[in-house]
Design a binder for this molecule. Structure first.
Ligand SMILES: [Fe+2]
Length: 395
């Protein structure tokens, strides 16, 4: 097992109906709250109004920013930073999915540290600017996917350059996450499906990245995958099942907060390969991951068969004794699972052809790899041509 440092600083407040504690919670962090959320759509309007009411009832001033998009855009976030600063806010409440919480993180830290939100993301050779701090964040997820409510990560899209990238900063880890299953049942089932697929992508990025360094991390991850599979079926059959909503919320939190990396810190660039899909076609991230995952698993099955086979046997009932044979059965098993929950997607199914494969693969290399060496550092070195082939398999 490799050395590691790990902590879990976010307080989780879990339970149906506990959104009504928001006022008392937010009072601990400031007097003038910046409420960051999505554009007001009918299905969300009552929830936004209730959130504002809880804050005001607690005597807090509220500045509402109802503008964050799925795949949050840097110029929108900068608008939020300006409003936050001009109105003298001192804390943020983020009400929404991973996009809103990520956006709120960029607002909280950029307003504190100065500059523009895009200054801080990873972008090729450029050294990202470093935050000096962040205003406190209370996160209220409406979607269980990215675990953004408890982690340091954040993804941002530059719509002008069609680039999507990320950064991590401990300053931006939310102080509190209110996990209310009733809130998580607000949005439509299609978003829940995207989210379940995204949770799976987080579970496997580290698991498939390295040799058997941490049986602890492997076993925790395998348990979470089995729980996700079970819960995905249940929620598709009954989207009002609040117990399963709660289970999925915990799957999401504990699948992207670092546990998968305890004792093995490697990763594979699967998320990077999805990013151009969101950036060019503005598709939901989880949907994009659903397109990329089976293709990635198929393409690289023979590169690290031992790890592929371990997951195939322990989580997907594959019994083949030979590692390579078991590894090759992982992608079909995952496709079958996605199909069983009506979540098997392809590029052609979305009307997307191969026009941009080369451009997207080069985008990924430029932002996250070494364009001259044609290599993204990973346990499986990845070239532009590999990514083009993966996009082809995703057609
Ligand atoms: Fe993700």
């Amino acid at each position: 097992m490799d050395e590691f440092n790990w902590n879990f600083p976010t307080e989780i407040i879990y339970g149906t109906g506990r959104l009504n504690e928001l006022g008392d919670i937010a009072k601990n962090y400031g007097k003038k709250v910046f409420l960051a959320t999505y554009a007001r759509i009918p299905v969300l309007a009552p929830l936004i109004d209730r959130t504002i009411e809880y804050l005001k009832d607690a005597g807090l001033e509220v500045v509402v920013f109802e503008k964050i998009e799925p795949n949050p855009r840097a110029h929108t976030i900068d608008e939020g930073v300006d409003l936050f600063t001009q109105s003298g806010c001192d804390s943020i409440v983020a009400l929404g999915g991973g996009s809103v919480i990520d956006g709120a993180k960029y607002i909280a830290a950029t307003a504190f540290s100065g500059g523009k939100s895009w200054d801080y993301v990873v972008l090729g050779d450029r050294k990202p600017r470093e935050y000096t701090g962040a205003y406190p964040i209370v996160a209220i997820p409406t979607v269980s996917a990215a675990g953004s409510e408890v982690n340091a990560g954040g993804v941002l899209t530059n719509w002008e350059t069609k680039e999507k990238s990320f950064s991590r900063s401990p300053y931006r880890i939310p102080k509190v996450a209110i996990i209310d299953p009733e809130v998580l049942a607000t949005l439509p089932l299609s978003i829940t499906k995207d989210s379940c697929v995204d949770i799976f992508s987080h579970q496997i990025e580290r698991y498939l990245s390295d040799e058997d360094k941490s049986e602890f991390a492997d076993r925790i991850t395998e348990g979470l995958i089995l729980l996700l599979k079970d819960s995905f079926h249940k929620i598709v059959n009954d989207p009002t099942d609040l117990e399963t909503r709660g289970t999925l919320a915990l799957c999401s939190i504990f699948s992207w907060q670092g546990i998968q990396g305890l004792g093995r810190m490697g990763t594979i660039p699967m998320h990077s390969i999805e990013m151009p899909l969101s950036a060019h076609y503005d598709m939901p991230h989880g949907h994009g991951m659903g397109i990329v995952i089976p293709a990635y698993l198929e393409y690289f099955a023979d590169k690290l068969p031992h790890r592929w086979a371990k997951m195939a046997r322990r989580c997907f009932g594959i019994t083949a004794k030979d590692d390579l044979e078991a590894a090759k059965q992982l992608a079909p098993a995952v496709r079958e699972w996605f199909k069983s929950v009506d979540s098997l997607w392809t590029l052609s199914g979305d009307g997307i052809g191969d026009e941009k494969f080369q451009e997207m693969a080069e985008d990924v290399m430029r932002m996250f790899g070494d364009l001259k060496k044609d290599r993204i550092a990973s346990i499986i070195p990845t070239r532009v041509q590999d990514m083009v082939e993966i996009y082809k398999l995703a057609l």
